[in-house]
Design a protein around this ligand. Structure first.
Ligand code: UDP
Length: 328
């Protein structure tokens, strides 16, 4: 039986990856320190005989007993609100955490896939973004802690590949959504859906002319799965190229949720990218992959999930109290 370590396993993407690899018959070793993850996302797997969970911070030495065939490194805060609250942790998990996991992969002779991001392109001057584009990142801006950690992560991964001959894979994940997103992480989809459910107006940042392209989680997981099992070492974009302005997206959410909310405009956060759309030619050619779930279907499934949350969850400002912990 193949054994796979998944870091960030209690997070949004990590938990869906746990589900997928359990379904594919793997033994899954899930790891998380629960700074932004939530055990609720994986508690249904705890009774599964091929699933085990380690509470561990991967910026510390990582030990896993016995053989390991694959590692998926998905531990990282991943929303602008989180980077502002826990900037040092964000840098450490991308840099020190990745170093530890590459060392573990080398020790175990395992193949490692690291979760990179469209943020490596920064506020892009090339549109749509191809993997060849080097990016336009403000190193010292609020997003710099995430963007530069992820850029360093790609560099050290390629160095381990070239210098040690390690089998590495790099996925550049574009905006992805679906059930188990954290309600209050500040991202646009949980923000709008939470607002709709609470009967509040939808907050569009800036004039809403900035664009994003949203990929449903099942499509994202399929792309990651195929990339892991492929023999391609360079970064691959995985995302849905169907681009929309945030203003139009807010209108779509109002229609979908059947509410009569209005749109209110708030200041645009610093370094908020103006446009983002993946060029997925590589994923199509190398992995035979393309997204299958349209926005309407995906958003409906996601809204159905948010509707199952309790009133208390909906009203709570923060899911996690960042103030006391994780200051190092
Ligand atoms: N956004 C918005 N209202 C919100 C939250 C986000 O208009 O309540 C905008 C945000 O400024 C950005 C886009 O939605 O332009 C996507 O934001 P998100 O944080 O989801 O992802 P990212 O900026 O990292 O792509």
């Amino acid at each position: 039986m193949k054994r796979i370590l998944i870091t960030g396993a209690a997070g949004f993407l990590g938990s869906h990856l746990c589900d997928r690899f359990i379904a594919e018959g793997y033994h899954v070793i899930a790891m998380d320190n629960l700074i932004t993850g939530d055990l609720k996302n994986i508690e249904h797997l705890f009774r599964h005989e091929n699933f085990e969970y380690y509470h561990h911070d991967v910026t510390k030495f990582v030990h896993v007993p016995d053989k390991l065939d694959y590692i998926l490194h998905f531990a990282s805060p991943a929303s602008p609100i989180d980077y502002l609250k826990i900037p040092i942790q964000t840098l450490k998990v991308g840099a020190l955490g990745t170093h530890n996991l590459l060392g573990l992969a080398k020790e175990k002779n395992a193949r490692i896939l690291i979760a990179s991001t469209s943020e490596v392109y920064g506020d892009p001057l090339v549109h749509p973004q191809t993997e060849e584009y080097y990016g336009n990142v403000n190193t010292i801006g609020p997003r710099g802690v995430y963007d530069e950690a992820k850029r360093f992560q790609e560099s050290i991964t390629m160095a381990y590949h070239r210098f040690h001959g390690l089998e590495t894979r790099i996925v550049r994940i574009f905006n992805t959504y679906g059930p188990r997103m954290r309600l209050n992480d500040g991202r646009v989809i949980p923000a709008f859906m939470g607002q709709a459910l609470r009967g509040e107006d939808l907050t569009v940042f800036g004039d809403g002319s900035q664009t994003r392209s949203f990929c449903y989680v099942d499509d994202q997981v399929e792309g990651i799965y195929r990339l892991l099992l492929s023999d391609y070492e360079l970064p691959v974009n995985i995302g849905n190229p169907h681009e929309i302005t945030i203003r139009d997206f807010a209108e779509e959410i109002i229609k979908l949720t059947g509410t009569d909310q209005k749109i209110v405009y708030k200041p645009l956060p610093k370094d908020d990218p103006m446009q983002r759309q993946p060029d997925i030619t590589k994923a199509r050619e190398i992995l035979g992959w393309e997204p299958k779930v349209g926005r309407e279907e995906g958003m409906k499934k996601t809204f159905d999930y948010f509707k199952t949350l309790s009133r208390e969850d909906l009203e709570r400002k923060e899911h996690r109290d960042f103030s006391q912990r994780n200051r190092r």
